[in-house]
Design a binder for this molecule. Structure first.
Ligand SMILES: C[S@@+](CC[C@H](N)C(=O)[O-])C[C@H]1O[C@@H](n2cnc3c(N)ncnc32)[C@H](O)[C@@H]1O
Length: 321
């Protein structure tokens, strides 16, 4: 048993609108995963991200560094990361880039979670005071951002990072990639890291990294923040159709706003999709970016696709899912 005393941050939402969005998701039976990272959920995610096993799900930065080397992506003074989380893996990647031809000197963190951005800022300030850290709130699933354009200086292209299989958390990954493409300039590069789909996946093996109390608490935190007692929820994990899916199940009736939800009501509160390299390549291409390196690490079941923006939007963009 651990002898570390942990102080729990009281459950809360980051912004007033988040409460109503989470309530609507509970009633609908599907909660967008971004709420599992914001407000008090940032702290449960931070605990999760410090657990052994977390990296097995999100991927190793050494492999990302290798893929960048293979792509000849060695001039990276300006990095913009979408979804840097608590900044731990961003800092690990920065350390690996120390021998790049032009190592990072400026970093922009873009995240839905202002709370995780604040944690990342603290870590950067204490560990890498030599790197200028900027941050901006962005819901990449919702729209493009002007923040990258405002942060960049001069004409030089920048490198954007989208790592940790964050793409696997989204309902509409193609739309998110299109928002990223629209926020970049011609000549910019995007590095996408995702979890590999392996043909012979044994469902129980896929679920092992998720079968623990820290993960349960992280996935359920938005429901706890709305006022549901953790003891009134069952949590079920499954691996189906190349996705790890987590459901919260009410064990008692719940009155939420104008709705009465019966016991047994299911709320999907976690999803992590696995990909083939060709699927990420297709998603990236459909979003208007040109993939030029695709690397697979079979020992850790991760993949990295590196693409650049070579043209601006065509008049009629295809409908993206
Ligand atoms: C799986 S974590 C990955 C964190 C980090 N990149 C790593 O590898 O450890 C997902 C990150 O994406 C952010 N995120 C989730 N949904 C988002 C959205 N719709 N817009 C912007 N950021 C989002 C989360 O807040 C979190 O920081």
């Amino acid at each position: 048993m651990s002898d570390t005393l942990e102080v729990k941050v009281p459950s809360h939402f980051e912004r007033p609108g988040h409460r109503d969005a989470v309530a609507a998701g509970i009633v609908r039976g599907a909660l967008p995963l971004k709420f599992a990272y914001a407000g008090s959920a940032a702290h449960t995610h931070d605990r999760l991200a410090h657990q052994e096993g977390y990296r097995s799900v999100t991927g190793a930065v050494s492999f990302v560094r290798e893929a960048m080397r293979r792509a000849g992506l060695d001039e990276v003074p300006a990095l913009a990361e979408i979804g840097p989380g608590n900044g731990v893996s961003s800092l690990a990647l920065l350390a690996r880039l120390h021998d790049a031809e032009k190592p990072p000197t400026t970093f922009l963190g873009l995240d839905f979670s202002e709370s995780l951005l604040a944690m990342a800022r603290k870590r950067f300030e204490s560990r890498r005071p030599d790197v200028s850290f900027a941050q901006a709130g962005w819901d990449v699933e919702a729209e493009p951002t002007a923040a990258i354009g405002e942060w960049r200086t001069g004409e030089a292209p920048i490198t954007a990072l989208f790592l940790g299989n964050t793409i696997g958390n989204f309902e509409r990954p193609g739309a998110a990639l299109r928002n990223i493409q629209r926020s970049l300039r011609i000549g910019d590069t995007l590095v996408v890291g995702a979890t590999l789909r392996t043909g012979n996946a044994d469902p129980e093996g896929m679920l092992t990294p998720y079968r623990n109390q820290v993960f349960r608490a992280a996935a359920l935190e938005p429901l706890i923040a709305i006022g549901i007692d953790s003891a009134d929820l069952d949590f079920e994990l499954s691996y189906e159709k190349d996705e790890v899916v987590g459901h919260a199940i009410l064990t008692r009736p719940l009155f939420l706003d104008d709705h009465e939800l019966p016991p047994g009501h299911r709320v999907r509160c976690f999803v992590s999709r696995r990909y083939l390299p060709s699927e990420i390549n297709d998603l990236v291409s459909c979003a208007g970016l040109r993939p030029f390196v695709s690397s697979v690490d079979e020992s850790s079941d991760h993949l990295v696709v590196i693409a650049f923006k070579d043209e601006d939007d065509q008049a009629a963009a295809p409908a993206l899912s």
